[in-house]
Every structure is written in structure tokens, then in C-alpha cells.
Design a protein around this ligand. Structure first.
Ligand SMILES: C[S@@+](CC[C@H](N)C(=O)[O-])C[C@H]1O[C@@H](n2cnc3c(N)ncnc32)[C@H](O)[C@@H]1O
Length: 251
């Protein structure tokens, strides 16, 4: 394969993957055992959205990228004036979200869309959204695809709009990050052995390899520089505990 074929936008690195299928998706609730910080982060994302000023006598238009089973969506819905569209490309995850969020789906405050993030964003008008929010989704993206998504998020936000992301941002010190990842792998083994779920251990370890691969890994410093280069200002970290990071980026 030539270099130009690798870097061309039609190459695989610029496309969505389907990592959330099979046992990981079917038993996604297991995340609470292996990453208790995730539920806390969902709450923090909702809280930060709650602090944003009201857009006046209309609803706050928010796009959630990667709703999964709806854990973060539920926290976002705590704000009474928010109108949410949540996009996810995994049917197994969306089916659980439809179940968990059934009460909200009957009203116009929430719409769930099966699509990949970049395709959905490409169909949205410039400056049409107040907020884009996400939790633990962008770190799953291949970096070239993620950068295209970030540029699209900037395009669709209104001036003054904000991108809020609670996610796994790798430590910039690669040796410290390696040690953190080794501890994480150790924690997976201990947890799944205790739960007698060696079958799931295999899938989560393989998923961790994906997160940590050079094509995917989302380092905090690089991510903030990329967002600043796109035009977000300021890009701020509100909370960081290990890799678990809450950040906002203003258009
Ligand atoms: C780790 S889960 C997080 C789910 C949820 N945000 C939460 O806080 O629990 C990541 C979600 O992103 C979705 N996802 C991954 N890549 C995607 C893409 N390219 N487009 C849309 N959704 C994607 C997956 O299907 C999965 O449901």
C-alpha cells in the first residue's frame, strides 16, 4: 500500500469501526465492575452541561456522540430544557438505550439515531447546535477519524457553543501511562476471576489492546493541541483522575 493510500480520507483509518458488538455490548453493564469511574464521569458530564447558560426562550440543542446504553444520556436529561439527539453505531447498545430511556423517548426531548458519528455530523448544518457531549466514546476512534469528527463538531456548533467530553485520555508520559495500563489489565483479571467471568475477560483485554494501539490512543496533550488547532478556545480540563478526564472546548 502506498503512503498516499494510507493517508487518504477514504482509507480505513478515517472510517468508523464497530467495536461494541458481541459479549461486550450484550453485557455492557459489566463496565461498572471494571471501571467504576465511568458512572461517576457520566454524572460529571451531566453536571457540567447543567451549568451552561440557558439559550433563552428555546430548548438547548444537544448532540450526544455514542450514547451506548444511555447511562450518560440519562444524566444529560436531568437538565429540563435540553433537547437531545444521541447517535450510536451499535445496534446492541442502542437497543439497551431504547429500553433504559423509554420514558423520555415518548416525548420529543430525546431522539436516538443509529449512525456513525462522522456520517451523522456531516449531515448537520453549520452552527446548528448549542452543545455536543460525549462520554468514553472518542477514545475508541481511530485518530484520523477522531480528528475529522472533532472538526465536524466545531463546524456544527453555534459560536459560543461547547463540546463537553468525559473520556479516557492517555497520560502524556508514556512510561507512566504504560504502568497505568498494566494496573488496569491487572484489575480486569482480578475482577473477572472474582466474578467467575473468564469468558468476558478475553473480550475486554482485546478491547484494551484496541484502546492502547498507536492508531487509537488518545493522549491528553495531543488531543488538546488538536482541538486548539481546529479553533476551539479555550480547551479546558475540569477533572482528571488517572486517564479519566472531563474537558470542555468552546467555539
Ligand atoms: C464505551 S461506550 C460509552 C457509552 C456511553 N457514552 C456511556 O457513557 O456509557 C462507547 C459507545 O460509542 C459507540 N461508538 C463507537 N464508535 C462509534 C462511531 N464511530 N459512531 C457512533 N458511535 C460509536 C459504541 O457503539 C458505544 O456504544
Amino acid at each position: 500500500m502506498t503512503h498516499s493510500a494510507i493517508s487518504h480520507p477514504s482509507s480505513g483509518l478515517h472510517q468508523a469501526e464497530h467495536l461494541f458488538k458481541g459479549p461486550i455490548a450484550e453485557e455492557y453493564a459489566m463496565l461498572q465492575a471494571i471501571c467504576p469511574a465511568a458512572a461517576d464521569m457520566s454524572r460529571r458530564v451531566g453536571q457540567l452541561v447543567n451549568t451552561l447558560p440557558s439559550p433563552g426562550n428555546r430548548s438547548l440543542r444537544l448532540l450526544e456522540i455514542g450514547c451506548g446504553t444511555g447511562i450518560t444520556t440519562l444524566n444529560l436529561l436531568a437538565r429540563p430544557d435540553v433537547w437531545i439527539t444521541s447517535v450510536d453505531n451499535a445496534p446492541t447498545m442502542l437497543a439497551q438505550a431504547r429500553h433504559h430511556l423509554a420514558d423520555y423517548l415518548t416525548f420529543q426531548r430525546l431522539q436516538l439515531v443509529e449512525n456513525d458519528a462522522l456520517s451523522y455530523l456531516a449531515g448537520q448544518a453549520d452552527a446548528s447546535l448549542d452543545v455536543v457531549a460525549s462520554a468514553y466514546t472518542l477514545h475508541n476512534f481511530l485518530e484520523p477519524y477522531r480528528n475529522l469528527v472533532l472538526a465536524e463538531i466545531f463546524r456544527v456548533l453555534k459560536p459560543g457553543g461547547v463540546f463537553i467530553n468525559g473520556d479516557r485520555y492517555a497520560l502524556d508520559d508514556s512510561l507512566m501511562h504504560l504502568h497505568a495500563t498494566q494496573e488496569e489489565a491487572r484489575h480486569y483479571f482480578r475482577t473477572f476471576i472474582r466474578l467467575n467471568r473468564i469468558d468476558l475477560l478475553e473480550h475486554w483485554i482485546i478491547h484494551l489492546f484496541s484502546d492502547e494501539s498507536p492508531d487509537h490512543v488518545m493522549r491528553l496533550g495531543t488531543a488538546m493541541d488538536t482541538m486548539a488547532a481546529i479553533g476551539f478556545d479555550p480547551v479546558e480540563v475540569h477533572y482528571r483522575d488517572g486517564v479519566n478526564t472531563l474537558m470542555s472546548a468552546l467555539k
